[in-house]
Design a protein around this ligand. Structure first.
Ligand code: UDP
Length: 317
């Protein structure tokens, strides 16, 4: 079975392509390498270097494909606030064009990379798929718009669709072409920033007065390999005429302090850190309820926070 991986030159899409190929799937990657990296594209995949916003390119990428994993998107919360038009265009129009071309080609299965940012500031913890969706930035809003798009199109056009709402994705995969890991410039994510902290540039911990046990924010971290495993299961679980929304996290949370402690254990040394002001837009606690992923996909995460830290560290070496 051939699967189209949009965004397959990125961290998560590249990991998906590599794992699919290892499992015997044929893979086409569509990516314009605007934020992805050409070297991240697995050499065994058919690579279409082009934009999700170009109908002819998308139609070409869909040739011979039976299902789509749609990762291609802009995903920086801060940038989405200052340049929302890019988010509405790439994320929403990109999905729009993809679904149009899938319909023309008669392809009826899609697994979509959605996000916990669709929920916004949670009123309840853990967050279930029935929790209120009230995104607090254009990134989350654009992903929620695509979730709505999929719900209506699944019903109207007998599409089998699953949206997977990611919490904090971390870790890395060593594939046959090398490490696939997060590479952002500037880096904003906690684990890479902890690993890069030094005496001259200590980690900045955003806030020490949050309403949590140790005063630092709590997030639900999930290893990228566990995340992709859920996508492969979703390909099997998606059913025609239905759009399911499923959270992907570990179902538990770690505070910033706890992630630092886990890192110190992995590295065998202390991590230099200093407390600074809270970061704008950060909720205190985000934890996924993952019972739906367990019941519908038969999925459970298998890697813990130390695995995520260790793999990220190894990918840096
Ligand atoms: N964080 C931090 N210092 C950093 C980066 C992140 O204290 O250099 C905190 C951040 O405030 C949040 C948590 O770590 O509470 C996870 O942040 P990240 O940016 O990794 O993911 P987010 O939850 O924002 O998607």
């Amino acid at each position: 079975m051939r699967v189209l991986v949009t965004g397959g030159a990125g961290y998560i899409g590249g990991t998906a392509a590599a794992i699919l190929l290892e499992r015997g799937f044929d893979v086409t990657v569509l990516d314009d390498c605007s934020t992805g990296h050409l070297e991240a594209v697995d050499s065994r995949a058919t690579f279409i270097n082009g934009s999700i916003l170009d109908n002819a390119t998308v139609a070409k990428a869909l040739q011979g494909v039976e299902a789509v994993l749609h990762f291609s998107a802009k995903s920086l919360v801060g940038e989405s606030v200052t340049k929302p038009e890019i988010y509405w265009n790439t994320n929403v129009n990109g999905a729009r064009i993809l679904l149009d071309e899938m319909r023309t080609a008669g392809i009826k299965k899609i697994v979509f990379s959605s996000t916990a940012a669709t929920y916004g500031e949670p009123k309840e913890i853990p967050i279930t798929e029935n929790s209120e969706t009230k995104p607090t930035n254009p990134y989350g809003a654009s992903k929620l718009a695509v979730d709505y798009m999929l719900t209506s199109e699944a019903i109207a056009h007998e599409i089998a669709a699953i949206s997977l709402r990611y919490f904090n994705v971390a870790g890395a995969l060593k594939s046959s072409s090398g490490w696939l890991a997060e590479r952002h410039d500037p880096e904003t994510h906690l684990i890479p920033n902890i690993l890069r902290a030094s005496d001259t540039a200590p980690l900045k911990v955003f806030g020490s007065d949050w309403p949590t046990q140790d005063g630092t924010c709590i997030r639900d971290y999930i290893h990228v390999v566990d995340l992709i495993e859920a996508h492969i299961l979703a390909l099997g679980a998606a059913t025609a005429g239905s759009h399911q929304i499923i959270n992907l996290g570990s179902g538990g949370g770690y505070s910033v302090r706890e992630v630092i402690t886990a890192t110190e254990k992995v590295l065998g040394r202390q991590v230099p850190a200093e407390f600074v002001e809270r970061r704008a837009g950060d909720p205190a606690v985000l934890i996924a309820d993952i019972t739906k992923a367990e019941s519908i996909l038969g999925w459970k995460p298998s890697q813990n926070i130390e695995d995520m830290v260790r793999d990220t560290w190894d990918s840096f070496q």
